[in-house]
Design a protein around this ligand. Sequence first.
Ligand code: PMP
Length: 289
Amino acid sequence: MKIYMSGKLVDEKDAVVSVFDHGLLYGDGVFEGIRAYNGRVFLLDEHIDRLYDSAKAIALGIPMSKEEMVQAVVDTCKANDIKDGYIRLVVTRGVGTLGLNPYLCEKAEVIIIASGIQLYPQELYDNGMRVMTVGTIRNHPEAINPRIKSLNYLNNIMAKIEAINGGCMECLMLNHKGEVAEASGDNVFVVKNGILSTPPVTCGALEGLTRNKVIEIARKVGYEVREIPLGRYDLYVADEVFLTGTAAEIISVVDVDKRVIGDGKPGKVVGDLAARYAACANAEGTPIE
Ligand code: PMP
């Protein structure tokens, strides 16, 4: 595998970071997870925009333009013969000292890995997954805003540990007010009486690009979509619940905290939206060749 690192495509074995990189020492950096379908990188410009926004929010200067970054992603896919795959784009603060001061880091490090991912077993896509709400609350927006896709995922990992310990593959996190925020690595939607609802990003969610695409598709075909604060009650009484994310794509939730959702099987609305999303993903995007 060829990895993009420090402006070059290098062999996987040579793609190593320094132990003084603040990405490693402090989780100081930002990232994106991107998918390619059918020879095209899906939502590439949107991912690059979000990456630069995340970087700006943490005062991290990325040492290349957005156009150069788009090209580097495409080149990395090409070098690895990726037609359908998963791309991880990482920007760390770079090599610094053992102190926190980010201004002592010489230059941000840009890493691009073009590979694949299977987040959940197929069985969960066919039959839906069980999730639980967890005690670990989503980061307070004035501590680390969940809109920043930072390399510091301990908040999400703490929540994921609770879920796995509780026998679930995924969790739902609440914010400091007890409102539903998102899953550990996905956004959440509920469907009730044909209306879709998802928490606004101000409730503590990443502005997911899959979420945004699902909202766009749903509205285009006539569904009403609301971005409103949701409580656990809204999850429990929903007709359908589903998660969205680049890696997870769209997956049904059939049980939340041991409350069976709808009839306990993936619902019609999620099925309809997942099919429309897949059609979009296979037809749109930045060509790799
Ligand atoms: N929330 C979190 C915390 C995430 O890490 C992700 C991405 N895996 C998402 C939501 C979904 O975002 P996207 O649809 O842009 O992948």
